[in-house]
Every structure is written in structure tokens, then in C-alpha cells.
Write a protein that binds this ligand. Structure first.
Ligand SMILES: [Zn+2]
Length: 345
């Protein structure tokens, strides 16, 4: 029963909570979501694909099943001509997350996100439309039984405040995380200051998600951790961002075009690098540690194990010592070929 499950705040008080996202990117790679609009039509068209990915993240150690309502709002559905499916999609997404969560001890989060509608220079008019989007998505999520709400990838402090206001109409914890494609939010305010404001206004969990890889997100997280006294969340993208190319939107390879959003493979972090991130974030005092676009179950399992957990999928964690060539017992007939398997060139 829901009432016997420990809530998100109780879990965060006791330990790090491991999250996992990147549903839209992963389901796009699997052929169920169209890149460009990135609308999660898969929730209605192939619900079993969504359920399976939830299950994979759950088996990998994720403690929160995030309902796939990212870009499932009325404006986004209009882009693909499916505004008539709005409520159905939002309710179905939560039901799928709940079904998967019940297979383990996971919580269910409702999800709202950046709207692409908000404009701080035209606050009065655009805030009204954003409010409608957040209000209806949260109402359906609450009605379907979520445990808390994640508002994420927000580009504006204004969106954060509207999201928090909408969440706090209900007695549910709010996790508000900002995107960081630019050095500041769109209003020109720093991410640190925005997190401080969200914490002061009553968000229980604040932080960053998407846009940056661990290398360029961790310095910002350190500052946020030092300046707020609420829980801090970090869900970077698993890409090798650098000071020169700090976000995955800016990643470019010499001789190739922009990597974002569907040619990012050359920059992908290994599971080991994401495991290192989890360890470092935990040591820094980050409370909710996850992954965003580009993340996949193998990353999540490695992150979980790195912070001392054993997951259902750990049963199949690597045992490279059993490999015929790089393992401990190379057959005599194979030994003459070992030079082709050397660690160093
Ligand atoms: Zn993302």
C-alpha cells in the first residue's frame, strides 16, 4: 500500500536517493519517439515500451519512477496534432510508472517541465498559459496517485516559481531543478541564486538536471550545496562536456557538426565515469543523484553499485575475469593472440 511506503523526504533524510531519467532520449533511440518534437506519444501508442524502460531503471537501482509526461503538455501535443489525447496521455503515464514502481519499492513522481512558452518580458500573459499547463498536468498526476512532483529543465526562475506555486496547491513535496544550457537562467540570474530563492519559497529539493555533463555540472552543484539548506538534486547528462563546450547542446567534434540531439554518441560517458560522478556527488552532499538525457540502465546500475547498493540487475553485473581473452584463464591456444588484447597500445 502507498501509505506503508517511505516518502521521498523520509528517504532523503536517511540516505541518497537514486533517480533515473532520460526516458525521452532512450525511447527515441528505440524508435518510439520522434526526435525534434520529442513528444512522448509512446505512452499511448506503445505503453509496454514505457513500462519496460521503467522496469529496467527499477532493476538497475532507481528508487523513483518518473511518469513520462515530459513534453506531454497541451502546447507540445499540439505540435504533433494530438491535443485531444492530453488528459489520456498524462493519466496513462502515471499509471505506467505506478505499475512499475509496485514491482519494487520505488516512489512515483509526477513530472512537469520547461514549457517554451514562458517569457519574463511578457510575464502576465505567458504566466497564465504556463499556469494552465502546470495546473492540469499536476491535477491529473495527483489524481492518479503520485508521491511527489518533479519540475525540471526549467530555463527561467519564473517557471520555477510558477511550478512551485502549482505543486504547493497539494500537500506534496516539490523537486525543482533548472537546466543549465547557458551560464545563467534566461532572466540573467545565476542558478545558485535561483535555487536559493526556490528553497526560500518552500521547495524541499532544488538543483540541476540535463544540459551539462558531470564535469561542468559538479562545480555548480558545489556552490548550490554550500548555499542552500534544503535537499539538493543532480541529474546530469552522461556526456563529456568541457569548459569550452559546457553543455551537451554545445558539443561538437572536429570535422563533424553539432552532436545535439541525435549525434551525441562520440561524447557518451562510460558507466564507470557515471559511477565516479555518483561517488563524487554523494561525497559533496548531494541528496538526489540521477541521470538525464542519454542515460541508460547500465549507467544507473553502475552508479547504484558505486554508492554501495546491490540491485536486482546486479545479478548480471560484469565478471570480466570470466572472459576468454581478458579474463584470468586464457587457454593455451589463445595466448599467442594476447597482444591484440593489450590494455595499452
Ligand atoms: Zn535531459
Amino acid at each position: 500500500m502507498m501509505s506503508e511506503k517511505k516518502g521521498i523526504l523520509e528517504r532523503l533524510k536517511n540516505d541518497v536517493v537514486l533517480g533515473a531519467e532520460g526516458y525521452v532520449f532512450e525511447l527515441e533511440r528505440r524508435g518510439y519517439i520522434k526526435a525534434g518534437p520529442f513528444v512522448p506519444e509512446v505512452v499511448l501508442d506503445y505503453p509496454e515500451a514505457v513500462l519496460e524502460l521503467h522496469r529496467e531503471f527499477l532493476r538497475a537501482g532507481a528508487e523513483v519512477m518518473v511518469a513520462l509526461t515530459y513534453y506531454g503538455d497541451r502546447e507540445k501535443l499540439k505540435v504533433v496534432g494530438r491535443e485531444g489525447d492530453l488528459e489520456k496521455l498524462n493519466r496513462q503515464a502515471v499509471r505506467l510508472a505506478r505499475q512499475a514502481a509496485a514491482e519494487g519499492d520505488a516512489l512515483v513522481a509526477g513530472n512537469i517541465c520547461n514549457t517554451w512558452i514562458y517569457d519574463h518580458n511578457n510575464h502576465a500573459e505567458t504566466a497564465q498559459r504556463v499556469r494552465q499547463i502546470y495546473d492540469e498536468q499536476i491535477r491529473w498526476a495527483v489524481d492518479e496517485g503520485v508521491d511527489f512532483i518533479i519540475a525540471e529543465t526549467l530555463d527561467y526562475l519564473g517557471e520555477g516559481l510558477l511550478a512551485l506555486e502549482a505543486i504547493k496547491k497539494y500537500d506534496l513535496p516539490a523537486m525543482i531543478t533548472f537546466g543549465s544550457a547557458q551560464d545563467t537562467l534566461r532572466e540573467g540570474i545565476s542558478h545558485v541564486e535561483a535555487c536559493q530563492i526556490m528553497a526560500r519559497e518552500g521547495a524541499e529539493i532544488v538543483g540541476l538536471n540535463c544540459s551539462r555533463g558531470p564535469a561542468t555540472m559538479l562545480p555548480m552543484l558545489r556552490q548550490i550545496r554550500q548555499t542552500v539548506d534544503v535537499y539538493v538534486a543532480a541529474q546530469p547528462v552522461p556526456y563529456r562536456t568541457t569548459p569550452q563546450q559546457p553543455s551537451f547542446q554545445s558539443l561538437k567534434e572536429e570535422g563533424h557538426g553539432r552532436g545535439f540531439p541525435i549525434a551525441l554518441e562520440p561524447f557518451l560517458h562510460t558507466r564507470f565515469e557515471m559511477a565516479d560522478f555518483a561517488v563524487e556527488a554523494k561525497a559533496m552532499g548531494i541528496n538526489y543523484i540521477g541521470i538525464c538525457c542519454g542515460g541508460a540502465p547500465h549507467h544507473v546500475r553502475a552508479m547504484a553499485e558505486a554508492i554501495g547498493r546491490t540491485t536486482p540487475a546486479s545479478r548480471y553485473s560484469p565478471a570480466l575475469d570470466l572472459h576468454p581473452m581478458i579474463g584470468a584463464n586464457v587457454k593455451e591456444k589463445d595466448q599467442q593472440f594476447l597482444e591484440y588484447w593489450k590494455d595499452e597500445a
